[in-house]
Design a protein around this ligand. Structure first.
Ligand code: LLP
Length: 405
């Protein structure tokens, strides 16, 4: 079905008003997801830390901070954005990977909890901040996630401290009297089976006995959302049904009630987002009909990078008969949004809607081919609000040095 309106506002009218390509976010979806997750986890003490790498527009962050969400950050700039969006430092967890130690120092000074993911970083942390507090990211040796590029918990992944280094970790912790307040595992993105999170909790439970000062365990993000009709996705209720008892077991094993933390990105913001594009050209090459649009891998790279499926509908011809197209971008690469896809009959000038564009859409966009990034509009409480202007040539020139002759 073609989704034509959000909160009573016509998507086609938005395309007209703001022009395309255009990112649109429906805040009602984010709100519904956020509070549904709280509700599902209500039998146990818990915190939700939004993985802001998924969509980091400050206006979206502000909403989540108004709702008392916490934040999962991976760079100092994400921390700064979070603070600017009114997240208190205590609600931010910083989980960097392969970063210079000065980033850790910067975060520590800001009073943000640092989630350390290597023994050498832990050693430096201990030297610099004896008796300091931090959490630890472990590699659970679990392979889970929608595709190999986004699986981060297997033993050949760069992420986390391998479980077999536990003794070394404990030695460092003792040597510097560190206070380990949490232990963390994130195995990957796009996980549809709740039992993976039970496996994570069981692994955390086994690790927890080595750390007497824990306040929380963190199961990361990765809750799968549906990208196509009939797609497997994680039901938050089914997830809670399995993880609440697993968490209770962990607590009785540990002898104290710990908080459960989780870090959803896609679950909160994937299907709140739409990318509207205009068809520049219909072209036939051999048997294939190409619908070429005014966007490409520079705006939404997921289909090209991961072969990810994004539903596409024709807003300009919602009742048209379906025909088969290759929907392609305008970048000088084989940037294809969808191959051999049935879409309502497309004409030049039609506006297409690419669904599930909220997570890892704008945040992974680029200026490749010296193209500008789209504008972002959020639909909030029945109003459309421009939350980021479309880029211009000036944005591409910013920072380039014009003093060189
Ligand atoms: N926590 C940590 C430590 C993470 O690394 C991530 C995502 C998340 C939470 C949130 O995962 P989510 O709930 O969004 O699945 N660009 C890829 C996804 C990469 C995810 C990176 N880490 C994609 O578009 O599929």
């Amino acid at each position: 079905m073609v989704h034509k309106e959000i909160q009573g506002i016509s998507l086609l009218e938005l395309a007209d008003k703001y022009d395309t390509p255009l990112y649109i976010y429906d805040t009602q979806v984010i709100k519904q997801r956020y509070f549904a997750l709280h509700e599902a986890l209500s039998p146990i003490p818990h915190k939700i830390k939004y993985a802001c790498k998924a969509l980091s527009n400050i206006h979206i962050l502000r909403l989540l901070s108004d709702w008392k969400c916490g934040l999962d950050c991976v760079s100092p700039n994400e921390i700064s954005l979070g603070i600017m969006a009114n997240f208190s430092q205590e609600e931010i967890i910083f989980t960097p990977n392969s970063v210079a130690f000065n980033e850790i120092e910067e975060a520590y000074k800001q009073n943000v909890l640092i989630n350390i993911d290597s023994t050498t970083t832990l050693e430096k942390f201990g030297k610099n901040y004896p008796k300091g507090k931090c959490s630890l990211r472990f590699n659970p040796d679990i392979t889970a996630g929608a595709n190999s590029s986004i699986q981060t918990g297997h033993r050949f992944s760069k992420f986390g401290i391998a479980k077999d280094q536990l003794d070394d970790v404990v030695k460092i912790v003792r040597k510097y009297s560190l206070e380990i307040t949490g232990i963390h595992i994130h195995t990957g993105s796009g996980i549809s089976q709740p039992h993976i999170f039970v496996q994570i909790l069981n692994t955390l439970s086994a690790l927890s006995t080595k750390f007497p000062h824990l306040q929380f365990v963190d199961i990361g993000g990765g809750f799968k959302v549906a990208y196509r009709e009939g797609d497997a996705f994680i039901s938050i209720e089914a997830l809670a049904q399995q993880i609440v008892p697993a968490m209770q077991n962990l607590n009785s094993n540990y002898g104290k009630t710990l908080e459960l933390w989780c870090e959803p990105g896609k679950y909160l913001v994937s299907d709140c987002g739409y990318l509207l594009v205009t068809v520049n050209q219909i072209k036939q090459n051999g048997e294939r009909i190409f619908a070429g649009v005014n966007s490409g891998q520079n705006h939404l790279i997921r289909p090209m990078l991961y072969d990810a499926y994004h539903k596409i509908t024709n807003l300009s011809n919602p009742h048209g008969d379906k025909r088969v197209y290759d929907i392609v971008g305008y970048i000088c690469e084989e940037d294809t949004f969808a191959r051999q896809r049935q879409v309502e009959e497309i004409h030049e000038g039609d506006v297409l809607c690419i669904h599930n564009a909220g997570a890892y859409g704008y945040s992974m966009s680029s200026n490749y081919n010296s193209r500008c990034r789209p504008a972002e509009v959020m639909i909030h409480e029945g109003k459309d609000i421009l939350i980021r202007k479309r880029e211009t040539l000036q944005d591409l020139l910013r920072g380039q040095n014009f003093t060189i002759q």
